[in-house]
Ligand binder design. Structure first.
Ligand code: PMP
Length: 277
C-alpha cells in the first residue's frame, strides 16, 4: 500500500513518524475521510473546507503542501489501484523535541495520507437487508465535536468494553437529547417529515449530512434541523445514519430491541439512497 507522508509517496512499511509528534503525545491531530467512486473524488471541496476549518479551530497552520491535495490524492489513487477508495488525510501539529504543553511556535505540521478499498454501501445493492444494530449511550465526548479531531477515545471507548453487546454504531445523547453516532450523523422520519439534530448541538457537521439535506430540499421533502429527544426513537417511522463511507444506512435495532417496521414500501431513506446513487 502506498501512502503519502510530508511530501513523499512511500510504501506504507517505509513511512515513519516520530514519537515526539504532538499527535502521539497530546493527541493533537485533525483528519478527513474522502471517498472516491470510479476513480473520482466525491464532495472533495466540501471535505477540504472542513479540513481547513478543523485546522483553523485548532490553531494548526494550513500547510502549503495541502494546496495540491487533490493532485496528491489522485496520484495515490492510481498507485493503490482500487476503483473506489476511501482516503484518510491526517494533519498534526507536528514534532516537538522537548515535551511541553505549550507548542513551539515554529513547528511544521505532519501530513499523512493513506487509502483503502471502499466497500460500497451494501444497502445500495440490497435495500431489504437487515438494518444496523445500535446502542444508546450518554455522550461522554469533549464539547468541540464540531472539530474533526483524531482524539476519538470518547467515540470508541465503549466499543472495547467486553461486557457490552457488539453493535454497528453507538448513538450519543446528552441531557435527554440525541446528538449523533460515534462515526455518523443521524436522521429520523416521522409522518413523511425528516428530522436531524441541529449543528448548534455538539456534533460534527457531516459532509454527507449536508449533501442529504440538500437532496431532501431539492425533492420537496420536509427536513427540520432541531433538537430531538430520546423518546422520539419510539415515535419514528425510520431512523438512519449517514457518513462518507456508509452513505445512508438504516437502523433496525436499538439496545437489542427491534424497531417496529412501518411503511416499508415508501421509506424515505430508500428514495434518498436511490437519488444518492
Ligand atoms: N459524526 C462523526 C462523529 C463522525 O466521525 C462522522 C464520520 N467521520 C460523521 C459524523 C459523518 O461525517 P461525514 O458525512 O462527513 O463522513
Amino acid at each position: 500500500m502506498w501512502v503519502y507522508l510530508n511530501g513523499e509517496i512511500l510504501d506504507s512499511s517505509e513511512a515513519k513518524i516520530s514519537p515526539l509528534d504532538r499527535a502521539f503525545t497530546f493527541g493533537e491531530g485533525v483528519y478527513e475521510v474522502i471517498p472516491s467512486y470510479n476513480k473520482k473524488l466525491f464532495l472533495f471541496s466540501e471535505h477540504l473546507s472542513r479540513l481547513k476549518s478543523s485546522l483553523e479551530k485548532t490553531f494548526i497552520p494550513f500547510p502549503q503542501e495541502l494546496t495540491n491535495l487533490e493532485e496528491v490524492i489522485y496520484q495515490l489513487h492510481d498507485m493503490n489501484g482500487f476503483l473506489n477508495q476511501s482516503f484518510y488525510i491526517q494533519v498534526t501539529r507536528g514534532v516537538q523535541e522537548f515535551r511541553s504543553h505549550q507548542a513551539d511556535p515554529v513547528i511544521d505540521p505532519t501530513i499523512f495520507i493513506s487509502s483503502q478499498n471502499l466497500e460500497i454501501n451494501p444497502y445500495r445493492l440490497n435495500p431489504e437487508r437487515v438494518g444496523l444494530r445500535a446502542r444508546l449511550e450518554e455522550d461522554i465526548r469533549w464539547s468541540r465535536c464540531d472539530i474533526k479531531t483524531t482524539g476519538l477515545f470518547g467515540n470508541v471507548l465503549s466499543l472495547h468494553d467486553p461486557s457490552k453487546e457488539r453493535v454497528d454504531e453507538i448513538i450519543f445523547h446528552k441531557d435527554g437529547i440525541i446528538n449523533e453516532g460515534s462515526r455518523s450523523n443521524i436522521f429520523f422520519v416521522k409522518e413523511k417529515t425528516v428530522y436531524t439534530p441541529s449543528l448548534e448541538q455538539n456534533i460534527l457537521p457531516g459532509v454527507t449530512r449536508a449533501f442529504i439535506i440538500k437532496l431532501l430540499k431539492e425533492n420537496d421533502i420536509s427536513i427540520f434541523e432541531e433538537s430531538i429527544p430520546i423518546d422520539f426513537i419510539n415515535e419514528s417511522d425510520e431512523i438512519w445514519l449517514t457518513s462518507s463511507t456508509k452513505e445512508i444506512q438504516p437502523i433496525d435495532y436499538i439496545n437489542e430491541r427491534e424497531l417496529p417496521k412501518k411503511n416499508t414500501e415508501s421509506q424515505i431513506w430508500k428514495r434518498i439512497l436511490r437519488l444518492f446513487d
